[in-house]
Design a protein around this ligand. Structure first.
Ligand SMILES: C[S@@+](CC[C@H](N)C(=O)[O-])C[C@H]1O[C@@H](n2cnc3c(N)ncnc32)[C@H](O)[C@@H]1O
Length: 247
């Protein structure tokens, strides 16, 4: 919904389509998967541990209107801002730690694009639910689970609640115990679940990063539907390469 470090805006389409009426994203961030295509029409339940991020969602789901978003001031080059919503638009591994940010042309552009995107898509999130809390507090329901934690190799970078604070052995146990359609994202050489390669992300300056997927379906959904999903997903992801472009 907004620019965010590690968001799945470009890669969301490569994950299996949701087969349940409810999507739970226990590591919400900017919730790109729930917003993708018609996914947003489902019952969406987000959990996010960083209160500043959860507060953005509370505002978007609650008080915000397209008019209020469009009326948010633009930034000018060199201007300083202490607004967290501005700061995350820098999309750097350290943004979460900044108290103030100085507007650069890139930040200004990201903010302009994001304002327009949020105003145009706001109606999609008005029925969503957001809870500020730990992923482990998610309801133990049979649903489509889109689990996108801080990546194991990121250490203290990226988020206030970073990889360094997560117990990945416990996360693996929790992921395996989910019921329904379980999609867990990772990158690089993560090893706490039997991940398989999903796509290669092409970043700036020829940098590449490998996206990994852990996927299982267990529950009451019709077997035929599940098989079709798995087949579609496997053929769609063959030789996938995605460009890491802005909105
Ligand atoms: C990789 S990002 C999610 C990106 C998201 N899929 C998107 O499209 O923007 C991971 C998110 O998990 C949050 N997080 C970290 N530890 C958490 C925890 N224990 N419980 C819930 N959320 C947590 C971080 O603050 C961050 O927003």
């Amino acid at each position: 919904m907004f620019y965010y470090f590690g968001r799945k805006k470009q890669t969301a389409k490569h994950y299996p389509k949701p087969i349940y009426d409810k999507i739970i994203e226990p590591f919400a961030g900017s919730a790109a998967y729930s917003l993708l295509g018609s996914n947003w029409e489902k019952e969406i339940f987000l959990i996010e541990k960083d209160k500043r991020v959860a507060d953005i969602w509370h505002w978007l789901i609650g008080e915000a209107t397209p008019e209020k978003i469009s009326a948010l001031p633009d930034l000018t080059v060199g201007e300083k801002s202490t607004e967290f919503l501005h700061i995350i638009h820098a999309v750097t591994k350290m943004a979460f730690a900044y108290k103030t940010i100085k507007a650069t042309p890139v930040l200004i552009r990201n903010w302009e694009i994001s304002k327009r995107h949020m105003a145009e898509n706001l109606h999609k999130v008005k029925h969503w639910k957001i809870v500020c809390g730990d992923y482990s507090s998610a309801p133990a329901e049979e649903a489509t689970w889109f689990i996108d934690p801080p990546y194991q190799n990121q250490g203290k970078l990226g988020y206030a609640w970073s990889a360094a604070m997560l117990d990945y052995t416990e996360l693996a146990r929790w992921v395996k115990s989910r019921k329904g359609q379980v999609i867990c994202c990772e990158g690089g050489e993560a090893n706490y679940l039997p991940f398989r390669p999903l796509v290669i992300n092409k970043g700036v300056a020829g940098r590449q990063s490998k996206e990994l997927l852990y996927y299982k379906v267990c529950g009451d959904v019709e077997e035929r539907g599940i098989q079709a999903q798995l087949r579609d997903h496997d053929s769609a992801r063959q030789a996938d390469h995605v460009e890491d472009r802005p909105l």
